[in-house]
Design a protein around this ligand. Structure first.
Ligand code: CAA
Length: 389
């Protein structure tokens, strides 16, 4: 009898990649993480280091000049960067989010034109779905695209756009047929340099302070008709199909920040002495770290499982439960990250509450993973719909 085991454990190459990224992240990204958070400045050192090592957009296929890493390798890269600096982990994750719509639905010309510069590290790619009044209910967006001969003219304002201003390219979802609801939304590539594109002020956030979050404002932005991604009216489906792949990268960020907090806390409790011994010798503390590690590992296994499904879907296989596992891993890993980082602060006591130690930053950074790419309430709604349909 032969058993066909699903290959969802990382291979030797994946573990080698993890080691390489960990060394790079600790040497070149970690030293700037506190300063990036404190100053709220984009982590240029991290971008330079990632580009120099071809780790800024690892998901781009070789045919468009990228490393062609599979979805699990992409998760590992993001995880390891987030372990030391969440703001920096948004470089590979948002590059993936912005460009997956083109990969999934774009013409060959669009793929060549926009994926190659990103793969070379010359441009980053953001994703513009949300608006001030269209967050969880993304289909209620108002940004309008009107056809004018060989062009589309876009007007509106997209909100909460990660890496806005530093990205050259934006996948923008806009209404092309207001009478058709979700089926009247189309996706476009907009460039930062297109006349009429501007950016709102940087949001003042709790965490991920090094990654700019701004409005993308579109005022009579006239773009060639061939910047339409896929078919007219198919933009909302492309947007949701994209999230099926990229919610897994948010889980990766959550795993990374949780692991970073656990690793730091473990080092601390072995050193910190109270009542004449290391606090790691107390069973109450041991039970806490056991729970933290157990939850991270459970979330990691689900995330890797989802990554393999994402890869299979990218290769053309029909994967009916991709939507479910993608929402499930994002929801689980982000809830775990919030718990684990909060417990890490607890383990450091008063020190954990200060900016002298990295765990309070990790706790603030973890929070966003429960909110973006769909709140965890939306993830539960998506999962329930999959179960009940
Ligand atoms: N893939 C492809 N198509 C899908 C799909 C999927 N996973 N899920 C639904 N669709 C299709 C449906 O079949 C339907 O098409 P038809 O009309 O042809 O049947 C269409 O899309 C509309 O679907 P719904 O009726 O289910 O849409 P809805 O409006 O009821 O709900 C939602 C959709 C799941 C709530 C969705 O709006 C959602 O996910 N909201 C959360 C928004 C979100 O995640 N925003 C993230 C912003 S990006 C971000 O945060 C990034 C960052 O900063 C890093």
């Amino acid at each position: 009898m032969s058993l066909d085991y699903p290959a969802y454990a990382p291979s030797e190459e994946h573990e080698l990649l993890r080691q390489t990224v960990r060394e790079l992240a600790e040497a070149k990204i970690a030293p700037h993480a506190a300063e990036v958070d404190e100053a709220g400045e984009f982590p240029q050192d991290a971008l330079d280091a990632l580009v120099a090592n071809d780790l800024h957009a690892v998901h781009v296929p070789e045919s468009y000049g990228g490393p062609g890493a599979d979805a699990l390798a992409t998760v590992i890269v993001i995880e390891e960067v987030a372990r030391v600096c969440m703001s920096s982990s948004l470089i590979p994750s948002v590059n993936k989010l912005g460009s997956v719509p083109v990969l999934l639905s774009g013409s060959e010309e669009l793929k060549k034109k926009y994926l190659s510069p990103m793969a070379r590290g010359e441009a980053m790619f953001s994703y513009a779905l949300s608006e001030a009044e269209a967050g969880s209910d993304a289909a209620s967006m108002k940004t309008r695209a009107v056809r004018d001969g060989d062009h589309w003219v876009l007007n509106g304002a997209k909100m909460w756009i990660t890496n806005a201003g530093v990205s050259e390219y934006y996948t923008v979802m806009a209404v092309t047929d207001p009478a058709a609801g979700a089926r009247g939304i189309s996706a476009f590539v907009v460039e930062k340099s297109d006349p009429g594109v501007s950016f709102g002020p940087k949001e003042k956030k709790l965490g991920i302070k090094g990654s700019p979050t701004r409005q993308v404002i579109l005022e009579d932005v006239r773009i060639p008709a061939d910047r339409l991604i896929g078919d007219e009216g198919a933009g909302f489906k492309t947007a949701l199909a994209t999230l099926d792949h990229t919610r897994i990268t948010i889980a990766a960020q959550a795993l990374g920040v949780a692991q970073g907090a656990l690793d730091y806390a473990v080092g601390y409790i072995k050193e910190r002495k109270q009542f004449g011994k290391a606090i790691a010798d107390f069973q109450g503390i041991q039970f806490m770290v056991a729970d933290m590690a157990m939850k991270i590992e459970a979330a990691r296994q689900l995330t890797y499982h989802a990554a393999i499904k994402s890869e299979r879907a990218m290769l053309g296989e029909k994967v009916p439960d991709l939507t479910f596992v993608s929402s499930a891993c994002k929801c689980l890993a982000s809830d775990v990250a919030m718990e684990v980082t909060t417990d890490a602060v607890q383990l450091l006591g008063g020190y954990g509450y200060t900016r002298e130690f990295p765990v309070e930053r990790m706790m603030r950074d973890a929070k966003i993973t429960q909110i973006y790419e769909g709140t965890n309430q939306i993830q539960r709604m998506v999962m329930a719909r999959q179960i009940l349909k």
